[in-house]
Design a protein around this ligand. Structure first.
Ligand code: HEC
Ligand code: HEC
Ligand code: HEC
Ligand code: HEC
Length: 497
C-alpha cells in the first residue's frame, strides 16, 4: 500500500516537473520571438518608413504596392487611360473633371503622385487657387488623420486642395488603418463613423472580421461634399449618403430629396450624379460578404516567409495571387478561378456598354431638343431619367470589382439603368417630333479620346500646360516644405534598446 502511494506521488511529481520544464522552454522561445519594438511610434505618425522599422515584413510587402507590372483583363496595377480605352466616357462626363482625365486606380503607393498628376486637380499656382477643395485629399494619406487631430475635422475640409499640398505627402499607409499603441485596426475617417451614426449603427460594435472590411470602407465607397451642413455652412464636408440605405435606389432617393447634383451636364443640361466608387456598398450584396468573407481575406491574404506567417500588405488584384487569395478556401485550379472572374466581368460589361451607348445618344438628343427650343418644363422628366440612368451605369462601372464582388446585383443595377435610358429616349423621340425633328439625331464623331474632347469643347492643350507649370513651380516647393517639416518632427526612429 505504502509503495503504491509512493509510486503515484512519484508519477505525479514527474508529470508536474515535465510540465514546468516545457513551460520554461516555451517561455524561452516566447522570449526569443517576443516582439521588441525598435522605435516608439507616436499617435499621428504619418511616415510609413518609421512604422516599417517595427514591422519590417508588413512594411516590405506594403512597398510592393508600387509594383505596376500586373494587368488582368479589366484590372491590375498598370496605368490605364480609361478615356483612351472608351471615348464615350468623355461625353458621359461632359462638363465634369472626369472628361479631362481618368486613369484606372493603381497601387496605394501612388495615391499622392497620381492626384498631383491628374488634370482633374488642375494647375494651381498657390494657396487659394485651383478647381478642387481640400476635401479631395481625404482618401489619399495618413497625413489626413494627423491634420484632423491637430486642427479639427471641419478645418481639414476647408479651403482649396492647393492649401494643404505641403501637408499631405505620405501615400496611404499604416496610420490609416492601425492604432500604433497596439496595432489594432482602427477607423481614422470620421465620414464612415458619421455614416454609421446616420443609419443608427455604432461602428464600435463592429466585429474583428467586419473591421477587416471596414478599414477599406473608409475610402472605397460612394461619397459627396455637403456644403450645407448645419453649423459648417460653406465647408465641403465629406458625407457618405447612406441614411436611407446603401442600395442604388436608396442613395438616389437621398440625393433626390436634397436636390443634390455633382454637376450639370454640358450637352443635355441634366443635373448629374457622379457615383464615386461604391465598392463596399456593392460588395456587401454579394455571396462572399454573405458568407462573412472580408476584403482583407482576398486582397490581404496571409503569407509565409522564413516560417513566419503575416498579413500580406501588397494590396492588389487578387488575380495576381490566387494561390493565397482564393485557394485558402477554394480547391479549384487557379485557371478555373480566373475564368470564373473573367466570365462575370465579361457578361456584366456586355450590358454596361449597351447602357453607355444609350446614354451617349440620350445626352446628344437632349442637346438637340434644347437647340430646337424645348422648354425646361418639356425637358424636366427626360433629364431626371437621364440622371437616374447614368447614376445606375456609374454605380456599376465605378464600383471597382463589383462585377465579381456581386455579379447579380450589378446585373440588376445595369438592367434598371437600361430601362431608365430607354424611357428617356422614348420621351425624347416624341418631343423631338413635336419640335419638328422627325428623324434620327446625327451623332458626333467620338471615335477617339481627342475627338470626343473636341466635341465637348475642352481645351486640352491649355489644361496640360497649366499642369506642367504647376509641376515645375509649385509642386517642388510643396515637397521641399514637407521635407523640412518632417525633419522637425524629430527622429522617432531612435532605438529604444
Ligand atoms: C472573394 C474575394 C474578394 C473579396 C472578399 C473582395 N475582393 Fe475586391 N476583387 C476581387 C477580384 C477577383 C477582383 C478583380 C480583379 C481583377 O479584375 O484583376 C477584385 C477587384 C477589386 C478592385 C479593383 C482592383 C483592380 O485591380 O482593378 C478593388 C479596388 C477591390 N476589389 C476592392 C475590394 C474591397 C474594398 C473589398 C471589400 C469591401 C473587396 N475588394 C473584397 C476579389 C475580392
Ligand atoms: C485612405 C483611403 C484608402 C483606404 C483605407 C484603402 N484604399 Fe484602396 N485605394 C485608395 C486609392 C485612392 C486608390 C487608388 C490609388 C491610385 O490609383 O493612385 C486605391 C487603390 C486600391 C486598389 C487597386 C490596386 C491596384 O494595384 O490596382 C485595390 C485593390 C484597393 N485599393 C483595395 C483596398 C483594400 C482591400 C483596402 C482595405 C484593406 C483598401 N484598399 C483601403 C484608397 C484607399
Ligand atoms: C488599408 C489598411 C491597412 C494598411 C494601410 C496597413 N495595414 Fe496592417 N493590417 C491591416 C489588416 C486588415 C490586417 C489584419 C489584421 C487582423 O486581421 O487582425 C493588418 C495586420 C497588420 C499587423 C499584424 C500582424 C500581421 O501581419 O497580421 C501588423 C504588424 C501590420 N498590419 C503592420 C502594418 C504596417 C507597418 C503598415 C504600413 C507600412 C500597415 N500595416 C498598413 C490593414 C492595413
Ligand atoms: C475566406 C474564404 C474565401 C475566399 C478567400 C474566397 N472565396 Fe470564393 N467563395 C467562398 C464561399 C463561402 C462562397 C459561397 C459558396 C459556398 O458557400 O460554397 C464562395 C463563392 C465563390 C464563387 C461563386 C459565387 C458567385 O459569384 O457566383 C466564385 C466564382 C468564387 N467564390 C471565386 C473566388 C475567387 C476567384 C477568389 C479569390 C480571388 C475567392 N473566391 C476567394 C469563400 C471564399
Amino acid at each position: 500500500m505504502k509503495n503504491k502511494v509512493l509510486f503515484v506521488v512519484t508519477i505525479v511529481a514527474v508529470f508536474l516537473l515535465g510540465l514546468l520544464a516545457s513551460s520554461i522552454i516555451n517561455r524561452k522561445s516566447e522570449a526569443k520571438y517576443k516582439f521588441v519594438p525598435k522605435v516608439d511610434i507616436s499617435e499621428n505618425e504619418p511616415r510609413n518608413k518609421v512604422w516599417g522599422e517595427n514591422y519590417p515584413k508588413e512594411y516590405q510587402s506594403w512597398l510592393q504596392t508600387a509594383d505596376t507590372t500586373f494587368s488582368s483583363a479589366q484590372g491590375g496595377s498598370a496605368m490605364r487611360d480609361m478615356l483612351e480605352e472608351d471615348p464615350r466616357l468623355v461625353v458621359l462626363f461632359a462638363g465634369y473633371g472626369f472628361s479631362k482625365d481618368y486613369n484606372q486606380g493603381r497601387g496605394h503607393a501612388y495615391a499622392i503622385e497620381d492626384i498631383h498628376n491628374s488634370l482633374r486637380t488642375g494647375g494651381p499656382t498657390g494657396k487659394g487657387d485651383g478647381p478642387m477643395p481640400a476635401t479631395c485629399w481625404t482618401c489619399k494619406s495618413p497625413d489626413v488623420p494627423r491634420l484632423m487631430s491637430e486642427n479639427g475635422i471641419a478645418e481639414f475640409y476647408s479651403g482649396k486642395w492647393a492649401d494643404k499640398g505641403e501637408e499631405v505627402v505620405n501615400p496611404i499607409g499604416c496610420a490609416d488603418c492601425h492604432d500604433p499603441s497596439n496595432m489594432k485596426l482602427r477607423i481614422t475617417r470620421p465620414a464612415l463613423v458619421e455614416a454609421f451614426d446616420a443609419m443608427g449603427k455604432d461602428i464600435n460594435q463592429a466585429t474583428h472580421q467586419e473591421m477587416r472590411s471596414l478599414v477599406c470602407a473608409q475610402c472605397h465607397v460612394e461619397y459627396y461634399f455637403n456644403k450645407k451642413l448645419p453649423g459648417k455652412e460653406g465647408v465641403p464636408y465629406l458625407v457618405f449618403p447612406w441614411k436611407e440605405g446603401m442600395a442604388v435606389e436608396d442613395m438616389e432617393k437621398y440625393y433626390d430629396n436634397i436636390e443634390f447634383s455633382d454637376w450639370t451636364h454640358k450637352v443635355s443640361k441634366a443635373p448629374m450624379l457622379k457615383a464615386q466608387h461604391p465598392g463596399y456598398e456593392t460588395f456587401v450584396t454579394g455571396v462572399h460578404a454573405d458568407r462573412g468573407v472580408s476584403c482583407a481575406d482576398c486582397h490581404m491574404p496571409y503569407k509565409s516567409e522564413g516560417g513566419q506567417k503575416f498579413t500580406d500588405h501588397h494590396i492588389q488584384s487578387p488575380l495576381n495571387n490566387t494561390a493565397n487569395a482564393c485557394q485558402a478556401c477554394h480547391r479549384e485550379e487557379s485557371t478555373k478561378l480566373m475564368a470564373n472572374v473573367y466570365e462575370r466581368q465579361r457578361k456584366s460589361t456586355e450590358n454596361r456598354l449597351k447602357l453607355e451607348d444609350l446614354l451617349v445618344k440620350a445626352h446628344v438628343e437632349a442637346g438637340k431638343a434644347w437647340e430646337l427650343g424645348a422648354s425646361e418644363e418639356q425637358m424636366k422628366a427626360i433629364l431626371t431619367d437621364i440622371r437616374h440612368a447614368q447614376w445606375r451605369w456609374d454605380y456599376s462601372a465605378a464600383s471597382h470589382g463589383a462585377s465579381f464582388h456581386s455579379p447579380v446585383e450589378t446585373a440588376r443595377v445595369i438592367g434598371g439603368g437600361l430601362d431608365k435610358a430607354a424611357e428617356a429616349r422614348v420621351k425624347l423621340a416624341r418631343l423631338l417630333a413635336d419640335l419638328g425633328h422627325n428623324k434620327p439625331v446625327d451623332m458626333p464623331d467620338i471615335s477617339s479620346k481627342e475627338k470626343a474632347q473636341e466635341y465637348i469643347g475642352l481645351d486640352m492643350e491649355k489644361l496640360k500646360a497649366q499642369k506642367e507649370t504647376f509641376k515645375e513651380n509649385l509642386l517642388p516647393k510643396w515637397m521641399e516644405a514637407a521635407k523640412a517639416r518632417e525633419a522637425k518632427m524629430g527622429e522617432k526612429s531612435v532605438s529604444m534598446n
